[in-house]
Write a protein that binds this ligand. Structure first.
Ligand SMILES: NC(=O)c1ccc[n+]([C@@H]2O[C@H](COP(=O)([O-])OP(=O)(O)OC[C@H]3O[C@@H](n4cnc5c(N)ncnc54)[C@H](OP(=O)(O)O)[C@@H]3O)[C@@H](O)[C@H]2O)c1
Length: 231
């Protein structure tokens, strides 16, 4: 049975990813801040704060076939009353990067080399269209730049995976605006279908997903606009 390690599983998109991965036949390994997940779709759960170094023995002995970097924070969210760029504190910028970039990188650095050695695996970065340079505005710099960096991590892994032999793919995935704690109750879409779509993408041939950025089942693309010009 293939195993899938998902970060941030207790609620939101992560909880739905566990359900969808389990339904697709995966053994689900989960990490998160909560003492325990709020559902039964995780086979093995460890409380891990992704702002800290990973425990040396995290899922030791497990072959992780799929890694989904889902955990994330959006501290400088204007919908929660946060101001624009000039209201941002360096502490919030640092904490955003600790979770959204360093936490994701810690898991990638731990598990991607093992996938390369085995010649099989999938790594997914749950990102956001807000991480595209073309979508930047004057607010949410911490969140946007962290997702931009996470996308860059995806592309770096994808380069290694493309050069490796076997069934290897790394891609970024935007779930769209979904109703979760982060997405707020005003989001138009439920997280369940977004989780189902991500799991469908895992079964694409590697050459059709490696190095790509999807929203739902469609390719979103990294950036399409040319130079920023104000008229
Ligand atoms: N919601 C949207 O509209 C939307 C849109 C685009 C992209 N996204 C992305 O989708 C992903 C999931 O978001 P969501 O909407 O499901 O958010 P959410 O409901 O706020 O859940 C965030 C998850 O991240 C985990 N997490 C936060 N800090 C952590 C830390 N220090 N260590 C370990 N885990 C930590 C939380 O764990 P605990 O539950 O254990 O606290 C939680 O499971 C994020 O990467 C987000 O950026 C969301």
């Amino acid at each position: 049975m293939p195993s899938a390690l998902v970060s941030g599983v207790s609620r939101g998109l992560g909880a739905h990813l566990c359900r969808a991965l389990k339904a697709a036949g995966h053994r689900v390994l989960g990490v998160g801040l909560a003492a325990a997940p709020r559902h039964d779709d995780v086979d093995d759960y460890r409380m891990v704060d992704l702002r800290e170094p990973l425990p040396d023995d995290l899922f030791a002995g497990e072959d992780v076939d799929v890694l989904v970097n889902n955990a994330g924070v959006y501290l400088d969210d204007p919908r929660g009353g946060y101001g624009d760029l000039f209201a941002l504190t360096v502490d919030d910028l640092r904490e955003t990067f600790e979770v959204n970039v360093f936490g994701a990188a810690r898991l990638v650095l731990r598990y991607a080399p093992r996938m390369l050695a085995r010649g099989a695996g999938r790594i997914v970065c749950v990102s956001s269209g807000m991480g595209r340079l073309q979508d930047a505005d004057g607010a949410s710099f911490a969140y946007r730049s962290s997702k931009l960096a996470a996308n860059s991590l995806t592309l770096s892994v994808a380069r290694h995976f493309a050069a490796g032999a076997g069934d290897l793919a790394a891609f970024s995935y935007c779930p769209g605006w979904i109703r979760t704690d982060m997405g707020t109750p005003y989001a138009p879409d439920e997280p369940g279908p977004a989780a189902d779509d991500l799991v469908r993408l895992l079964s694409l041939p590697a050459a059709r997903s490696n190095g790509r950025f999807f929203r739902g089942l469609d390719e979103l693309g990294w950036d399409t606009r040319g130079p920023f010009v104000s008229e």
